[in-house]
Design a protein around this ligand. Structure first.
Ligand SMILES: Nc1ncnc2c1ncn2[C@@H]1O[C@H](COP(=O)(O)OP(=O)(O)OP(=O)(O)O)[C@@H](O)[C@H]1O
Ligand SMILES: [Mg+2]
Length: 256
């Protein structure tokens, strides 16, 4: 996927200007930037929900091969976990029995064996997030777009879900564009991280290469010599964009 010279505005209000990003095959790319800079707008433009003012978006996969995971999961409350996952498959013409079998497979793969017949209200936030992820993965996307999908999870569940995503994406060779405000998450997951400047007229100010080898393991990734310096650099650069004085969080102490 490649976005070239993308500009977006809402009426007279400019948001993005001249944005260039690329997601190569099997690559994990994150987009970080200040709140309101236009990250979600960019994702919406990629899936055609937002008409750009200028620029181009090249998708090298058909739109049916694109999976989308937004911050709020869109599970249907009156359907069980397996029915929710099976729904997208039946929409694609797969017979109900087969769709349910595939749903069970993906739920099990995400550690939800035994939870197939639960309704969303009887699942925890992290479990619902996994169901939503199973929904996306069951459709075997080649490209996944995610908008802060892990933001509402507590630290432990979040780490587990992220580890699942890393493993699956690596195994299935899926390309991902992740929008996040969490720098640690971006470092854990990405090959490349783009930093978007403060809007209006937000553009990419920096691109970081994450040299941590794959397959990735979260604990080992944190201990990789490149992790802490990159985290610090990202923090400084993002702080500068937000206009705040650079300040480090306790993350480095956690990792020790
Ligand atoms: N539908 C809309 N109509 C008008 N303005 C909008 C609309 N959606 C977003 N905006 C404005 O566009 C700018 C970018 O919004 P966007 O949601 O893309 O930011 P973001 O980077 O995703 O922020 P956050 O990190 O808070 O999710 C903001 O100033 C926002 O107020
Ligand atoms: Mg957003």
């Amino acid at each position: 996927m490649r976005v070239r010279d993308l500009s977006i505005s809402y009426g007279a209000e400019p948001v993005l200007e001249g944005v260039d990003i690329g997601v190569g095959e099997g690559q994990f790319v994150s987009l970080v930037g200040p709140s309101g800079s236009g990250k979600s707008s960019l994702l919406r433009a990629v899936i055609g929900l937002q008409k750009p003012l200028d620029g181009s978006i090249e998708l090298d996969v058909p739109s049916t091969d694109i999976g989308i995971l937004f911050q709020d999961d869109a599970l249907l409350p009156w359907k069980t976990a397996r029915e929710n996952v099976a729904l997208g498959l039946t929409f694609r013409g797969i017979k109900k029995d087969e769709a349910l079998a595939q749903a069970d497979f993906w739920l099990a793969r995400l550690g939800l064996a035994g939870f197939e017949n639960r309704f969303p209200r009887r699942l925890s936030g992290g479990q619902r997030k996994r169901v939503a992820l199973a929904q996306v993965l069951a459709l075997k996307p080649k490209l996944i777009l995610m908008d802060e999908p892990f933001a509402s999870l507590d630290a432990i569940v979040r780490a587990r879900v992220i580890q699942d995503v890393v493993a699956l994406v690596e195994r299935e060779h899926i390309s991902v564009l992740l929008v996040t405000h969490d720098l640690e998450e971006a470092l854990w997951l990405s090959d490349t991280i783009y930093l978007l400047s403060q809007g209006p007229h937000a553009h990419i100010t920096r691109e970081y290469n994450v040299p941590i080898p794959r397959p990735r393991d979260l604990i080992r990734a944190r201990k990789h010599p490149a992790f802490a310096p990159l985290y610090e650099k990202l923090w400084r650069d993002l702080s500068r964009e937000v206009g705040a004085a650079p300040r480090l969080v306790a993350s480095d102490a956690d990792a020790a």
